[in-house]
Design a protein around this ligand. Structure first.
Ligand code: 3Y8
Ligand code: NAP
Length: 240
C-alpha cells in the first residue's frame, strides 16, 4: 500500500502500474477531487494507528510505502506504529529538504508557532503558501495583507481581515508564481520546507524578485527506513 498525496507518490503509482505490481494507493480525502491514479485507490482515514494496523492485517498488505508529505506528521507516526505492531515492513519515500542557494534570502522558523511569532512585525504583504489547515493561526497578526493559495474553494472566509485567495492545485511553475507575487505586490513569502519540485516555484520566484522567504522546518519524525527515489522503492519491494 502506498500512503500518497504527493508528486513522488503519484510517480510511484505510475511505476507500479507499469511493472504490474499488485498495489493500493491511499488518499486522506483532504481535497474534493484528488487526481485519479492508474492503480486501485482508497480515500479516507484508517482510524488512527490501531485502525491502520487492523487495516493492514485484514487486507493482507505485505509492504507499506509512506510517500506522504513531510508535514503529514500524524499519518507518518501512525505508519511507524502500525508497522511495528503488525510486523509489516515500512519504507518512506521522502524528498530532500530545500537548501538556500546564491541569492536566496531565507529566514528559518523551526516550526509553525515560531513562523507565526516571526510575523510580529510592521505590516507586510505576505504570500502565506502553507495551504488551508494552519492559516487561522496567523489571525493574531491581522496587520498584514495575506495572499492564500488553497486547493479547493473555501467554505468559510479565513479569520484574516485583509486577504486574497487563489484556488489552485500544484505542481506550480516559476513564471506563474512570479506573476502572482508581482500582481499582489508581495513583500514576504511563508512556506514549509516541503522539498520536491511541485512547491518550489514560489521560492525560485522570490529569489528572482529579491524577496525574503520565511521557511518553516519539517516536523521531526521517529527513525524509519527512508529512500528518495522510485527505483529504490521498487528494489526494496522486490527484495523485502
Ligand atoms: C490531498 C492530492 C501530485 C501531487 C501534487 C507536492 C506537490 C502539488 C505543492 C503552494 C503550496 C501545500 C498543499 C501543496 C503542494 C503538490 C502535490 C502539493 C502545497 C494535493 C492533494 C491533496 C493535497 C492536500 C493539501 C493540504 C495542503 C497541502 C496545498 C490531490 C493537491 C500548501 C503544502 O484544503 C486542504 O485541506 C488541503 C490540505 C494538506 C496543506 C494544508 O495544510 O492546507 N496539500 N494536496 C491528499 C489526500 O487527500 O491524501 O488533490 O490530487 C497534492 C499536492 N499538493 O499528484 O502531483 O508533492 O508537495 N499542497 C505545502 O507544501 O505547504 C501548496 O501553494 O505554493
Ligand atoms: P496528517 O495530519 O499527517 O494526518 C491526519 C490524519 O489524516 C491521519 O491520522 C489519517 O487519519 C489521515 N491521513 C493522512 N494521510 C493519509 C493518507 N495518505 N491515507 C489515509 N489517511 C490519511 O495528514 P495531512 O498533513 O493532513 O495530509 C493529508 C494528505 O495530504 C496526505 O496524503 C499528505 O501526503 C497530503 N499532503 C499534505 C501536505 C501538508 O502540507 N501536510 C502537503 C501536500 C500533500 P486516521 O487517523 O483516521 O487514520
Amino acid at each position: 500500500m502506498i500512503l500518497g498525496g504527493t508528486s513522488e507518490a503519484r510517480a510511484l503509482a505510475q511505476r507500479v502500474a507499469i511493472d504490474g505490481v499488485n498495489a493500493l494507493y491511499s488518499y486522506a480525502g483532504r481535497t474534493k477531487s484528488p487526481i485519479s491514479l492508474p492503480i486501485p485507490t482508497r480515500i479516507g482515514g484508517f482510524g488512527g494507528a490501531d485502525g491502520l494496523a487492523t487495516y493492514l492485517q485484514e487486507t493482507g498488505i505485505t509492504h507499506v510505502i509512506d510517500a506522504t508529505h513531510p508535514y503529514a506528521e500524524t499519518i507518518s507516526r501512525n505508519a511507524i506504529a502500525a508497522a511495528k505492531a503488525t510486523g509489516v515492513p515500512l519504507l518512506a519515500l521522502t524528498r530532500p529538504a530545500w537548501t538556500p542557494v546564491e541569492g536566496d534570502e531565507w529566514i528559518n522558523a523551526p516550526d509553525m508557532d515560531s513562523a507565526v511569532a516571526a510575523l510580529a512585525i510592521e505590516p507586510q504583504r505576505v504570500f502565506l503558501a502553507i495551504g488551508r489547515q494552519e492559516v487561522a493561526r496567523f489571525s493574531v497578526h491581522p496587520q498584514h495583507f495575506y495572499l492564500l493559495r488553497v486547493v479547493d474553494e473555501p467554505k468559510t472566509a479565513p479569520p484574516l481581515p485583509d486577504h486574497a485567495i487563489v484556488v489552485a492545485r500544484g505542481p506550480f511553475d516559476e513564471a506563474t508564481d512570479r506573476a502572482l507575487l508581482e500582481e499582489h505586490r508581495i513583500s514576504l513569502v511563508v512556506t514549509k520546507n516541503a522539498g520536491g519540485t511541485g512547491a518550489r516555484a514560489k521560492i525560485d520566484a522570490a529569489r528572482a524578485l529579491g524577496l525574503p522567504v520565511l521557511v518553516i522546518d519539517r516536523p521531526r519524525l521517529p527513525g524509519r527506513d527512508e529512500v528518495t527515489s522510485v527505483d529504490q522503492v521498487m528494489d526494496w519491494v522486490a527484495h523485502t
